[in-house]
Write a protein that binds this ligand. Sequence first.
Ligand SMILES: Nc1ncnc2c1ncn2[C@@H]1O[C@H](COP(=O)(O)OP(=O)(O)OP(=O)(O)O)[C@@H](O)[C@H]1O
Length: 263
Amino acid sequence: MTARTRSFNEVLLSVENISLSFGGVKALSDISFDIAKGEIRAIIGPNGAGKSSMLNCINGFYHPQEGAITYKGVRRSQMRPHEAAEQGIARTFQNIALFRGMSTLDNIMTGRNLRMKTGLFWQALHVGPAAREEIEHRQAVEKIIDFLEIQHIRKVPVGQLPYGLQKRVELGRALAAQPELLLLDEPMAGMNIEEKQDMCRFVLDVNDEFGTTICLIEHDMGVVMDISDRVVVLDYGKKIGDGVPDEIKNNQAVIDAYLGVSH
Ligand SMILES: Nc1ncnc2c1ncn2[C@@H]1O[C@H](COP(=O)(O)OP(=O)(O)OP(=O)(O)O)[C@@H](O)[C@H]1O
């Protein structure tokens, strides 16, 4: 695979001068960057650089003390996770967060919750509008299952699945919400080469086929350079690089941070 050179002209989300501290620990210092509609944007950096904190600010888990985020033209200093979800931001987690005793199908179905319109009363009765709605949601979920090539495990409790497949189910659950912006926290962590190749293909296909904008944190530099349109680099909570993969590969501050030179 070669680095992608695509151009984008609409900003979907911009982060402006975000700072976030936990007590005396400054996790993010004055970070600004944007995510263009339709692109695959990577956030990289050594351990503890602030990458997960950044994703947590974007989807409202953390509220930065300074700065603002503009999403689809609306500027806000903070937002709650369910509001972010309602507005089309979905995410996966570094440590898989699935219901281990539930099947693949049911886990992905939970991703549809946001889109369910009928109340709990009707849902519990499984009749009327709820029954019709459930059929619609099932169809959407079945499409995702086909897309991710996980038909063979649709009934298997996810706790029994190998790690790589659990990650794929988690991606499926996030896709079930039909997000506009998908945040992936280390989607290939702990995977073998073959599983990584599969996951790369699915990330690229989600972007191509659904037009989903993707922002991912990833440690595997080969993967990052292959699939990302642009990369932002954090180190000790500061932004030290931002550009297309070729620029990042040749950025001396980035090279130093990874080699541990500057610290
Ligand atoms: N909830 C929290 N409470 C206190 N400190 C936190 C919290 N979350 C993150 N931190 C601190 O903020 C800094 C950045 O952490 P963060 O997890 O965002 O980095 P990261 O780049 O995602 O690291 P890794 O690659 O190891 O996952 C670290 O010093 C971390 O200890």
